[in-house]
Design a protein around this ligand. Structure first.
Ligand SMILES: C[S@@+](CC[C@H](N)C(=O)[O-])C[C@H]1O[C@@H](n2cnc3c(N)ncnc32)[C@H](O)[C@@H]1O
Length: 250
């Protein structure tokens, strides 16, 4: 669990991918997001495609979702599963989301983005690397053109900087939910743990010996200049830092 993967470059984790799916479902059912869903949703990193397939079929939604996946093996699997399960309106397209996914008609973006902090010079698993603090892809998404963004945010990936970046980009936290994630094969790797140690010392990663917290956070454009404060963001900051409180275990 926690950044587990199947196959070489392909990511699917029963706990984490299901939680992401559930967060997408929550977004699909949300009254606040409804006015923005008419032009569909765009997704960074479909992986196997299962999270969106399951979310769409559980709530029988007719909203269109365009997923982008740049890992060829994941793309093959996602396309096969989409063809088999035929969820109405879900397509998975090849390529880099930032090249192909940000110029479409969609006002809403979703992702369980790569968030492991990359140890320098480690070839590792690029599909799961979120830059040297883990927050690179997340912050790039929050710099995009979308009115509503639902992202999985990890307490080990500079969460305070992510929340600050969203606020500076003009977003308010509209909704969030959180669950613990046990360190898995990739997040337990020596290089990643070494990098996390450094980030913990800098107040950029929060975790216990067993694992960390993962939040599904929905941000909505505020329609006013940033800087007015956001009480929901303050609560979320407190929750993410609590991941390092002693006492929770697997
Ligand atoms: C953590 S996995 C999540 C996969 C799936 N959404 C899930 O939750 O099971 C992140 C996925 O994003 C893909 N990815 C990362 N950066 C991308 C980009 N810029 N454009 C398209 N796909 C990307 C990776 O190949 C990987 O499959």
């Amino acid at each position: 669990m926690g950044r587990g993967a199947v196959g070489s470059g392909m990511f699917y984790d029963p706990v984490e991918s299901s939680f992401y799916s559930w967060c997408v479902e929550r977004l699909l059912r949300s009254a606040a997001a409804a006015p923005f869903l008419g032009a569909g949703i765009v997704e960074l990193g479909a992986g196997t495609g299962l999270p969106i397939i399951e979310a769409l079929s559980r709530c029988e939604a007719t909203v269109t979702v365009r997923g982008f996946e740049r890992d060829p093996e994941s793309l093959r699997v996602a396309r096969r599963l989409v063809a088999m399960k035929a969820p109405p309106g879900y397509t998975v397209e090849p390529g880099d989301f930032f090249e192909h996914g940000v110029h479409g008609p969609e006002l809403v973006a979703v992702a369980n983005p790569p968030y492991l902090a990359a140890p320098p010079d480690d070839p590792g698993t690029p599909e799961l690397w979120g830059g040297e603090r883990g927050s690179g892809v997340t912050c790039r998404l929050l710099s995009g053109p979308f009115d509503v963004v639902m992202l999985m945010v990890a307490s080990i990936a500079d969460p305070l900087a992510v929340i600050d970046h969203a606020e500076a980009s003009g977003y308010l936290v509209a909704d969030w939910c959180v669950r613990p994630i046990v360190f898995g094969r990739h997040s337990r790797a020596a290089g990643v743990q070494g990098r996390l140690e450094e980030l913990r010392a800098q107040g950029r990663a929060f975790s216990s010996d067993a694992g960390y917290l993962l939040a599904g956070v929905t941000w909505q454009r505020a329609g006013m200049p940033p800087g007015g404060g956001d009480p929901n963001a303050d609560v979320l900051r407190g929750v993410m830092t609590a991941a390092s409180a002693a006492g929770w275990s697997r």
